[in-house]
Each structure stands twice: as C-alpha cells, then as structure tokens.
Ligand binder design. Structure first.
Ligand SMILES: [Zn+2]
Length: 125
C-alpha cells in the first residue's frame, strides 16, 4: 500500500462527469427550442414572447446522487488505505486522528491530509 503513489495516480479522484442541470427554452407558440445561453426574449422563429422549459436530462438527480456516492466511496477508500498503510485500522482513535489530519489540511487536498496524518500518527502508536 502506497497512499502517496495512489494520490499521484489520481486514484481518489472522481472520474465521473459532474452532472449539470440541462434546461432549454421552448417557445409556447411554435415549439422552437433554444439553449438557455442563447435565449432572447422573443422567439427567433415566430417572435412570440412566452417560453416554457424543458429539462433534457430527467435523470439529473440520479446522476448527482451517483456522483455523490462515488465521491463518498473514494473518500472511504482513501481513509481505508491510509489506515492500512499506517496500521491504525484497529486503533480506537483512528477516526479522531483522521479527523484532525483532515481539519489541519484545511481542505487543501489528499496529500496534505496524508502529511498531517503521518506527523500525527505517532501520538496514537
Ligand atoms: Zn416560436
């Protein structure tokens, strides 16, 4: 187990595409469709003013959920790998230790957590 190498190899990076909400404008009069970015007040086809929306990816919420689950799975994998590398799996303070390393790293990434973890781990050994 080499967590540092895993970080370098992007093993803990979520490789799924981040799902965005794809919504388009649809003209109420002629059903002309336009992306939100290109939307103007009046329909370029018939000049009608009112539009309705159509959501293109109806499984958007499922996609987001899937993405979130993958992020959580990778995070757990990272934690498991660290605990295996430092042999802290059976240590009663392993969660506290990981939590501190995470907090000190201040959200700056996996390598920083690993650095703090390797510094702090002596305290529970
Ligand atoms: Zn129209």
């Amino acid at each position: 187990m080499d967590v540092y190498q895993n970080i370098q190899d992007n093993k803990y990076v979520n490789k799924l595409d981040y799902p965005t909400h794809i919504k388009i404008h649809v003209c109420v009069s002629c059903s002309f469709k336009q992306s939100q970015i290109n939307w103007t007040k009046f329909c370029p086809e018939c000049g009608y003013e009112n539009t309705t929306f159509e959501i293109l990816n109806k499984d958007f919420k499922d996609q987001r959920k899937k993405y979130g689950h993958e992020t959580a799975r990778l995070w757990q994998q990272f934690k498991d790998d660290i605990e295996e590398e430092f042999r802290t799996k059976d240590n009663p303070k392993k969660d506290k230790l990981f939590g501190l390393a995470e907090r000190f790293s201040n959200g700056s990434g996996y390598s920083e957590i690993l650095d703090y973890y390797s510094d702090l781990v002596e305290l529970v050994q």
